[in-house]
Design a protein around this ligand. Structure first.
Ligand SMILES: Nc1nc2c(c(=O)[nH]1)N[C@H]1C(S)=C(S)[C@@H](COP(=O)(O)OP(=O)(O)OC[C@H]3O[C@@H](n4cnc5c(=O)[nH]c(N)nc54)[C@H](O)[C@@H]3O)O[C@H]1N2
Ligand SMILES: Nc1nc2c(c(=O)[nH]1)N[C@H]1C(S)=C(S)[C@@H](COP(=O)(O)OP(=O)(O)OC[C@H]3O[C@@H](n4cnc5c(=O)[nH]c(N)nc54)[C@H](O)[C@@H]3O)O[C@H]1N2
Ligand code: SF4
Ligand SMILES: [Mo]
Length: 677
């Protein structure tokens, strides 16, 4: 008899689909489908994940045995070894490095390959805390926008993205939901069916922008100016909600003064938009009711990204958009979960023997190659991430990974670019083979992922891996013997009202998911913002004014701004190796006709894209999809993906400077494009 097991997609995607796995008599998963009972998933997985069984679980490329490197770092030659032998070697090497140089010489590098609490934030965290390893600052995605929005509202949460359905004027600002949040997009479509108008603010004519009623394309990095320009018009034309401002905000005088400088004419000059469009947008926004601004990650990857989020976050408080269900600002929903879970119990940071050194993931390349770093990084333990592809300044990262005196362990599903540099590769379980508890950053349903099939070969989960290493390294604390079920119960062991009545058993009984206990309808902030004085701090938006000018090329040789965006068929760098991931062909670089003409480039021509860091090959796609002065490419390709990219991994060109919150300012990258002869 076949059986059906409930689970959830592990990816770093706001949609967090609930899924059903059909397993046949022999214990093989034969079908994977979106859970029809979960309202947002609505029975459908996206095109990236629909093939998870073939592309990952049963892929011929799947790692099922531990590997030891036999060739040079990076060239991908390995020999299979026993898992026990591999783990013994890892434990011995880590112990040796701790003894020789100290525990800070060990750097764990994990990110969002799986967003499961157990696989990404439990036993591994305990292990590295107990070891006293360097702590990785993981601010590449989220904290920059979060810093700006929370400076105003006290939190990054707001309108639930699914409540876009109730809005009648929707501004999607720096987000591409048709590609990146495919299950939340229908909420926007439903709103439109009910008469809502959709405006997209994006320098690129994305699929979302092309579907909008109005696409506004400011120059990249000019959103602070645009938001302050809109505030200017809203003040000047008395479109403010004075009652909301008086009772729910502070700092309006500062914001008014800052916005005074951003006349439509000046705003137009900075953003490249027309003055009449700025005035019209402000009016439409202020009058639309309920009006919703949907933010995601687009403005984050700029040096002054946080400022833009702060300036934008002031707008709904100027117009009182928060009053109505569906009105306000929709951004991350994570805090609804993360504030509720017992994270200290799960991660146990107190196990650390003392203060831990911190290294920012964005600058891993620097850390690995800095001759002055004391202690030097001597061991790198990677799981749930592909740093050789996703990090900026890729050549430096790879130079670091190539170091002979660096011991690198990579726990993975497939032999990624990063895994090719490993001394030891360990095979990881897939989402079908381990237990997990999944939050979401796009909705408020908690999902349970039950193991559906046995792991292939020696594949081992993150939790089992670190339990085993803890034992081998003699960590006596009983917390290292907690089972996955114990860990799951610990995560939910919290007095927070969002979790009342939610247990592993109740999640299973409810078909694998339950909504957090939030009021329905959820109308945030009508009773006050979660700030010290319960008010939105508009002065934070005023302070943004000082960084309202966009990044400029510092060298006339590299005049074009390169935006590297998310791909339709890949999930960051995941699936870039699959047939599906390669279907788009290319790699493509979008280029404006003016810039193409100036360089004698025709549509489809092979081009070099180069700057002070590197040079890559692309095919030009000449169209007005991008503004003059801007080029755009999808990031995430691997150097070794055959046929697709000739090694064109965009992060060879991106710079590793930090945003205000320690994120990566990928988009402040400037390049030149020349026709290949
Ligand atoms: N298919 C697919 N889905 C994904 C992912 C994926 O790789 N593929 N990745 C997931 C992850 S990790 C994330 S963080 C989310 C991201 O989801 P999104 O934020 O929706 O995606 P991005 O492509 O990073 O950026 C969105 C848009 O911001 C625009 N942008 C860049 N600079 C500026 C600017 O200065 N101002 C304005 N207004 N817009 C700007 C870009 O042109 C881009 O179209 O998607 C998730 N979902
Ligand atoms: N130029 C440029 N660079 C970018 C971005 C951009 O827009 N432009 N976007 C940035 C953003 S927003 C983000 S979030 C990051 C994403 O960076 P990452 O989170 O590193 O994303 P992925 O490339 O998906 O790599 C995740 C890896 O985890 C592995 N994995 C999945 N599940 C498991 C598991 O259960 N166990 C183990 N051990 N491994 C697992 C996958 O096989 C995959 O290789 O990239 C950033 N990089
Ligand atoms: S990547 Fe996102 S849209 Fe696709 S199945 Fe996973 S959660 Fe759903
Ligand atoms: Mo991200």
């Amino acid at each position: 008899m076949s059986r059906t097991v409930t689970g959830a997609c592990p990816h770093d995607c706001p949609d967090r689909c609930s899924w059903l796995v059909r397993v046949d008599d022999s214990g093989r998963a034969v079908a994977l489908q979106g859970n029809p009972a979960h309202p947002l998933t609505a029975g459908r997985l996206c095109g990236k994940v629909a093939g998870y069984l073939e592309d990952r679980v049963y892929s011929s490329q799947r790692l099922t045995r531990a590997l030891r490197r036999t060739g040079d770092k990076g060239d991908g030659r390995f020999a299979e070894i026993d898992l026990d032998e591999a783990l013994e070697e890892v434990a011995a090497r880590l112990a040796g490095i701790v003894l020789d140089v100290g525990p800070a010489a060990v750097v764990p590098f994990s990110y969002e390959g799986t967003q499961g609490l157990l696989q990404s934030k439990s036993m591994s965290e305990r292990f590295f805390a107990r070891l006293g390893a360097t702590e990785l600052v993981k601010a590449i995605c989220g904290p920059t926008g979060g810093l700006g929005v929370a400076a105003v509202n006290g939190t990054t949460t707001g309108v639930l993205p699914e409540d876009a359905e109730h809005a009648r004027l929707i501004i999607v600002w720096g987000a591409n939901p048709v590609v990146t949040t495919q299950h939340l997009w229908p909420a926007i479509l439903r709103a439109r069916q009910a008469g809502a108008r959709l405006i997209v603010i994006d320098p690129v004519a994305t699929r979302t922008a092309r579907a909008a009623d109005w696409h506004i394309a400011p120059r990249p990095g000019t959103d602070t100016a645009l938001a302050l320009g809109l505030a200017h018009v809203i003040f000047e034309h008395e479109l403010t909600d004075e009652r909301w401002i008086a009772t729910h905000t502070s700092g309006v005088a500062e914001l008014r003064a800052a916005a005074a400088e951003f006349t439509p004419a000046r705003t137009a000059e900075i953003t490249g938009l027309r003055t009449e469009d700025i005035v019209r947008l402000a009016h439409e926004y202020a009058i639309g009711s309920p009006s919703l601004i949907r933010l995601l990650v687009g403005m984050e990857h700029h040096t002054h990204g946080a400022a833009a989020y702060a300036a934008i976050a002031c707008l709904p408080s100027l117009t009182g958009a928060w009053r109505k269900h569906g009105g306000g600002l929709a951004y991350h929903t994570s805090p609804h979960f993360m504030d509720a879970f017992n994270m200290a119990g799960l991660k146990m940071p107190h196990l650390a023997p003392g203060p831990r050194r911190r290294i920012n993931m964005v600058q891993l390349g620097r850390a690995l190659t800095d001759p002055e770093l004391d202690p030097p990084v001597r061991a790198l333990f990677v799981h749930g991430s592909n740093p050789a592809v996703i990090l900026p300044r890729q050549r430096l990262v790879r130079a670091g990974l190539r170091r002979d005196d660096l011991f690198t362990v990579v726990h993975e599903h497939v032999l990624t670019d990063t895994a090719r540099y490993a001394d030891i590769v360990l095979p990881a379980t897939s989402q079908l083979e381990h237990l997990d508890l999944m939050k979401s950053w796009g909705h408020v349903d908690l999902t349970l992922n039950l193991p559906a099939v046995a792991p292939p070969g020696d594949a081992i989960s993150v939790t089992d891996l670190f339990r085993d290493l803890a034992r081998r390294m003699g960590f006596a604390n009983p917390c290292f013997r907690d089972t996955d079920e114990d860990l799951l119960a610990t995560a939910l062991d919290s007095p927070h009202p969002h979790l009342t009545g939610i247990t592993a058993a109740s999640l299973a009984e409810h078909g694998g998911w339950q909504r957090l206990n939030l009021p329905q309808p959820y109308v945030p902030f009508v009773d006050g913002f979660p700030t010290s004085d319960r008010r939105a701090h508009l002065d934070a938006g005023a302070r943004a004014a000082s960084t309202a000018l966009p990044a400029q090329p510092t060298d006339a040789r590299w005049p074009l701004q390169l935006l590297s965006v998310k791909g339709l068929r890949s999930m960051n760098s995941t699936y870039a190796d699959t047939e599906r991931g390669r279907r788009d062909g290319g790699p493509w670089l979008d280029l404006h006709p003016d810039d193409a003409d100036e360089r004698g480039i025709a549509d489809g021509d092979p081009v070099h894209v180069h700057n002070q860091q590197d040079s890559l090959s692309f095919y030009a796609r000449v169209s007005t999809c991008v503004l003059p002065g801007v080029v755009a490419a999808v990031f995430g390709a691997w150097t070794v993906s055959p046929g697709r990219n000739d090694g064109a991994t965009v992060n060879l060109l991106t710079d590793d400077s930090l945003t205000e919150a320690g994120g990566s300012s990928y988009h402040d990258t400037f390049v030149q494009v020349t026709r290949q002869v």
